[in-house]
Design a protein around this ligand. Structure first.
Ligand SMILES: NC(=O)c1ccc[n+]([C@@H]2O[C@H](COP(=O)([O-])OP(=O)(O)OC[C@H]3O[C@@H](n4cnc5c(N)ncnc54)[C@H](O)[C@@H]3O)[C@@H](O)[C@H]2O)c1
Length: 372
């Protein structure tokens, strides 16, 4: 247990404030969930990959564990649906969970988003403890209270804002994460540097090899700095009326690609990597940002083993107008206008209202033509 590497942040949201505890080996510590009140009804929700690895370890830490029910859901974005969510509601109903119940989300962003959404809905809202197990979930989805499920028409279209009561991050869990999933999480780490912190972007460039190799100490630092960014944005704008929208840098493109390819062809983080590059390219083509920064972003993503173009096999199946139509449906658009997060340079993203859709269509046409 390396307590010197332990970090704790507080998401200052008044009565709904909560801690983010980050430590390698956290799930071996009896105080992992200090401050969380455990009621009679606890439902531990996880997926079929994570359950055999970590469910028992978490159950052992829950006081009154004999009362904690375990629900194992199928893994993968294609299961982030209302139908899967219904299984969580049924499990809560079967255990006769009351308004005092606690839902524990143990998994990546898919489990975190679905369990969080179920917690938001059950009896109009019960508490949710987030225990993220992927890098993406540790640096992004477990913090901030956005919960949702996908529809065939688009990602995260049905959801709610529902803050967790605590976030417990054991970075040692990353040791079992497949390399491709680690890289996908690194895309969201890059996002924080790209949108608002050029110095952090430089730090990621310096430590790219260590990060992609899964170096434990470097990963703790990356998780901590990312959570600091996420928490400060969430505190400033909990329900995305303003600055929180910047966190969607690359996401409107990414979500469109994910939805159009059918969930699962590309990982969410991979789609975000491609989306960030498209946003950067569009910014340059509109004369808003230097082309040099596009190259710098592409070089970094490549070093992190992320795609920098839509893979040719996928590109061949996509139609630029269909992607544009998906982008219009993305919930970041306002009244049908194309509203995108663009940048002026590394570390300086902004909300661009009323982007000319012809520009975007041209960019998408080019991107599909030169698929990697
Ligand atoms: N709520 C938010 O603010 C927010 C932010 C970003 C992304 N998201 C959502 O997050 C989702 C993507 O999350 P993700 O990338 O974590 O995907 P995921 O939850 O599908 O997890 C990726 C894969 O890794 C496996 N896995 C998880 N932890 C593991 C571990 N420690 N060891 C071995 N295998 C492990 C899972 O079973 C799964 O197969 C998307 O649906 C996206 O929309 C939400």
């Amino acid at each position: 247990m390396r307590r010197s590497e332990s970090r704790e942040l507080q998401v200052e949201l008044g009565a709904r404030a909560y801690p983010i505890r980050i430590a390698p080996g956290l799930l071996d510590r009896r105080d992992a969930f200090a401050g969380v009140r455990f009621p009679r009804h606890v439902l531990l929700v996880t997926d079929a990959n994570v359950a055999p690895l970590y469910a028992d370890r978490v159950r052992r830490l829950l006081p009154g564990q004999q009362e904690a029910a375990l629900l194992v859901l199928p893994a993968g974005e294609q299961h982030k649906t209302l139908a899967t969510c219904t299984k969580i509601f049924s499990a809560l109903a079967d255990m006769q969970a009351s308004r005092d119940a606690l839902v524990v989300a143990l998994g990546g962003g898919v489990i975190g988003d679905m369990a969080g959404f179920a917690a938001a809905c059950w009896m109009r809202g019960v508490r949710c403890l987030q225990i993220p197990t992927t890098l993406l979930a540790m640096v992004d989805s477990s913090v901030g209270g956005k919960t949702a499920v996908d529809l065939p028409q688009g990602k995260n279209l049905v959801g709610a804002f529902h803050q967790p009561c605590a976030v417990a991050i054991d970075t040692d869990l990353l040791a079992t994460l497949p390399a491709r999933e680690l890289s996908a999480g690194l895309a969201e780490v890059v996002k924080y540097g790209a949108l608002g912190d050029a110095a952090f972007f430089g730090w990621i460039e310096q430590h790219a090899d260590a990060l992609v190799a899964g170096d434990a100490t470097t990963l703790v630092q990356a998780v901590h700095r990312s959570c600091e960014h996420k928490a400060s944005v969430v505190v400033a704008d909990e329900t995305e009326q303003g600055v929180r929208a910047l966190l969607n840098f690359g996401h409107t493109f990414g979500h469109a690609i994910e939805a159009e390819t059918g969930y699962g062809a590309l990982l969410h983080g991979e789609a975000v990597a491609i989306g960030m590059l498209l946003a950067a390219r569009l910014s340059s083509e509109m004369g808003l940002a230097p082309l040099l920064d596009v190259a710098r972003l592409a070089a970094l993503l490549e070093r992190l083993h992320l795609p920098i173009a839509i893979p040719a096999k996928i590109a061949a199946r996509l139609d630029p107008s269909a992607l544009l139509a998906r982008m219009r449906l993305d919930k970041k658009t306002v009244s049908g206008r194309l509203r995108l997060i663009l940048w002026r340079r590394i570390g300086h993203a902004f909300v661009a209202e009323d982007v000319d859709s012809h520009h975007v269509l041209e960019l998408l046409t080019d991107a599909l033509a030169d698929g990697g």
